[in-house]
Every structure is written in structure tokens, then in C-alpha cells.
Design a protein around this ligand. Structure first.
Ligand code: GLN
Length: 226
């Protein structure tokens, strides 16, 4: 009935892959992190309730395109290629793909990856960069931490992944480090279906409000303290 419809309209569905600390990850039964909290604040600004749909990273854009989700927020890097299939909001974070290696590794930068086995999370910009490198054997994992695990077990030589999750994974594992030389800077934004300009505008307005009133920074400071 009408009541049920109105209620459904009040839910903002977010597609994500909750394997990406500090942006989205599981804490007990809950999905927490910067994206999860900022999305909840955005939903609140819109007078809506947030519902998080956890899925494989390489499904989040399709979820938005098909209308299964209203927004995708997953530490998503804006790329020209992705802009063909979805719209992006204003950006809310700067990131970069970094290289994690064993502490005694001879790899000192992207140029040294040739001839090596490199782990990435499927469908990420890290995957795209490494797949473009000449002579690299790419191992794809569903979760970033699985790639890191393979590295600590000596199955692969390096992992290419976003800098903030890299910091978390390195802090949780002995004997690995992030090397200084990294790939170019990237920007994160929220993805919204191409035909949904109304929501794009609303989310941008909400995001701006949260940036201006300090609420956004408060969430970031809670999860990133360096
Ligand atoms: N920023 C990377 C990308 O958008 C990785 C995101 C992720 O793994 N959640 O491809």
C-alpha cells in the first residue's frame, strides 16, 4: 500500500564491499568505517535511513546501474572509464595506490614489479595499474586482506592497494612494509546512476553541508589519526 511505498522511498541503499578499512569493514555484526558513517549522515540530511548492501567490489557499480542500490560508496576512485557507466559526486578524499612488500624485498617502486607476482583486489584501480605493467604476473583476490595474507605467506612478491587500507593491513601483520614510491594520486567519490540527477544533486548538497559543518572531518578523524 501507500504506507509501504513511502517507507521504501525513505531508505537510501548503499552498495559497498566491507573489506576496506578504514572506509568500510566489519566490526562484529556491524559495517563501520568512514564511508558507512558519512553515508548515514548523508541519509540523515536527506531525511532517509541508510541500508548497506555488502557485495564483491567489482559488483558495486553494476548495483547502482541496475537500481539495486541508490549509491555506491566503497573508497571508489573516480576514473574516466567508470564515468562512462555512472555519475560521481564531488570528491571527498585523496588516495593513492601503494605497494606493500616483505621488509627485505628488493622492490623499491612500480618499475621493479616486472618479473614479479603481484596481488590485487579484483576490479580495483590497483588491478588496472598492475595489469598494465609489462611482465607482471597479476594474482587477483576478492578481498584486499587475502592478498596481504598471500604476501606474508610468501606466495606473492607484492600487493598494490589503496594507501589507507595498506596502513591498516601493515599495522596488523609482521614483516611487511609500504614502500615510498607509489602510483599517482586518486580521488574518491560516491557513484550514482546516470539517470538519477536528482539524487546526485541532493547527495552533493548533503556532502557539502557535512564538509562545511565539520561533521565529515569528525568522522575522518575518528578513523584516521596521523
Ligand atoms: N580505490 C580503489 C578503486 O576504486 C579500491 C577500492 C576498494 O577496494 N574498495 O578501485
Amino acid at each position: 500500500g501507500f504506507g509501504a511505498m513511502a517507507e521504501e522511498d525513505n531508505v537510501l541503499v548503499m552498495a559497498t564491499n566491507a573489506e576496506f578499512p578504514p572506509y568500510e569493514y566489519h566490526e562484529g555484526d556491524e559495517i563501520v568505517g568512514i564511508d558507512a558513517e558519512v553515508a548515514a549522515l548523508i541519509a540523515e540530511e536527506l531525511g532517509m535511513t541508510l541500508e548497506i548492501e555488502d557485495m564483491a567490489f567489482d559488483s558495486v557499480l553494476a548495483a547502482v546501474q541496475s537500481g539495486k542500490a541508490d549509491i555506491a560508496m566503497a573508497g571508489l576512485t573516480v576514473t574516466e572509464d567508470r564515468m562512462q557507466s555512472v555519475n560521481f559526486t564531488d570528491t571527498y578524499a585523496t588516495a593513492k595506490q601503494v605497494i606493500i612488500v616483505k621488509e627485505d624485498s628488493d622492490i623499491a617502486g612500480p618499475d621493479d614489479l616486472s618479473g614479479k607476482i603481484v596481488g590485487v583486489q579484483t576490479g580495483t584501480t590497483g588491478d588496472i595499474y598492475v595489469s598494465d605493467e609489462e611482465g607482471v604476473t597479476v594474482e587477483r583476490y576478492n578481498k584486499g586482506f587475502e592478498a596481504v595474507q598471500a604476501l606474508t605467506q610468501g606466495k606473492i612478491d607484492a600487493v598494490v592497494i589503496d594507501n589507507e587500507p595498506a596502513k591498516v593491513f601493515v599495522s596488523e601483520n609482521e614483516g611487511i612494509k609500504i614502500i615510498d614510491e607509489a602510483y599517482a594520486d586518486e580521488e574518491y567519490a560516491i557513484a550514482i546512476a546516470k539517470d538519477n540527477d536528482e539524487l546526485l544533486e541532493k547527495v552533493n548538497t548533503a556532502l557539502n553541508t557535512l564538509k562545511e559543518n565539520g561533521a565529515f572531518q569528525e568522522v575522518v578523524d575518528k578513523y584516521i589519526n596521523d
